[in-house]
Design a protein around this ligand. Sequence first.
Ligand code: NAD
Length: 543
Amino acid sequence: MSKKNPVGFDVLNNPKLNKGSAFSEAERDKYGLRGLLPAGASNQASQIQRALESMRRKAYDIERYIFLFALQGRNERLYYQLLIEHINELMPIIYTPTVGQACLEYAHIFREPRGFYITPADRGHMHEILCNWPEKDVRMIVVTDGQRILGLGDLGANGMGIPIGKLALYTAGAGIYPEQCLPVMLDVGTNNQELRNDPLYLGVKQARLTGAEYTELVEEFVTTVQDIFPKAVIQFEDFLTPNAYALLNTYRDRVLCFNDDIQGTAAMVLAGIYSSIRISGHEFTGLRIMFLGAGSAATGMANLIHKAFCDAGLSNDAALSQLWFVDENGLVIKSRQELAEHILPYAKDQPAMSFVEAIKLYKPQLLIGATGVQGTFTEAAVRLMADINERPAIFALSNPSSHAECTAQQAYDWTGGRVIFASGSPSEDVSYEGKTFQPGQGNNAYIFPGVGLGAIACETSRITDEMFLAAAAALAGMVKQEQLEQGVIYPPLQDIRAISLVIAVAVAEKAYEQNLAQKPHPKDQSKSDLQKSIKRLMYDPRY
Ligand code: NAD
């Protein structure tokens, strides 16, 4: 087949090439677009204005999500430039919380396929089907099996909204090229009967694959990726906790991968902790931290904090003794039956007690919520934190907002405005006694784009915990004193590209230090420094 340059509607219907009304006179001649566009030429800035107007006119965020999804499929560069310039307004739509609603309704709002679907029927054919993906230089894969989508549970193939949303943030937030990104849904069925009964549901309508069949399918996927896209980072996303840990433990030393819920979230939280102690004045190594929820997110955080404690001079046991877990059955203690392996190191040799009793006894300075259950930071618990601490720190991290442990307003009200607060999804500004506070968003979106960029830039062969520690320190280093004075513990999201670049440099430096980088350090090649060379790799969607 001869490869002709696309013209006319082949250009307008190609989201990578399409500039819509912004094609210049010369381009209209070159691509045979005369007559196919209105006479008045726009530029990208006026297209952004127009897109914003159309989007803001919609009555519901889910309609805005659908609008943006369609724009991504129509004009990629406009979509990403719009995201970059208006990340504060748009991230809550393409990502949490609205992406949660989009996943719940995915089969009903579906218009065009995006991403890659793998089913149990593809066993033995993975190579063949992955070769159907049109891009050949894939560098970033986000894969889920849809079993624990945000705090919403098993959404089966509807969970595809998450890899798509995350990868949009890799591109907007860290400049990973859209064609290097591959969203993957391992559609192994769903145990959500409501979905299986829904005539419009688009996933595999059978119970989830489990056991050896499940692990063999994942194994075939991972090894085929090594074959076809050997430089790709695999990000495991929103797997049920036992699978999340099992996959991470199986693959972390074998392939280039990480689990964002476990490791990315942990780095984001550690950065928040570093900032919070600049406000409260506590010693890092003296911190007492209590987690509500003992799943992948919370134990991932504890593992990284434990490592940071040990790096800062605490012994293994001392570090463990400053971290407590509470779940729906109270304090996690050794005598409890059937504790999952990932929580065992943190189980205490103590009698059973409730959340509030545990706060009273251990006097934590920081409470971290990762339960996925709304309202679990009760008024009594938060008020107790305020009685014990001059500046109580409370991170209510569950997503979407409807599943958060408490709202920002509650945290400020119940602590007399003294709280150092972060929530997983964005919060409205909070008023307390005439003062306005802007609660920070503690979301792993601060971390994963930069980690991905750094990993891709130096072609590291593995992603290590040390890289997440470096990412956390780099993120915390971006918080300015005046932000801390307002109680804000993360840098402005609007600066996400600058933040991602700084994190990418820290991650790549660590990869060079650990002899994991496979690309020569730019200093050896061109005398330019790492930051400049990574910056040059970043996708710029401006026309
Ligand atoms: P998970 O299901 O593995 O863990 C949930 C934990 O909460 C379990 O230990 C469970 O026993 C406990 N729990 C349930 N109900 C409880 C209750 N009433 N009181 C106390 N504990 C209770 O899930 P996960 O992967 O750890 O994720 C948990 C939440 O964290 C989700 O809502 C997710 O969206 C959120 N999360 C946020 C971020 C972020 O960047 N902000 C990142 C990852 C996960």
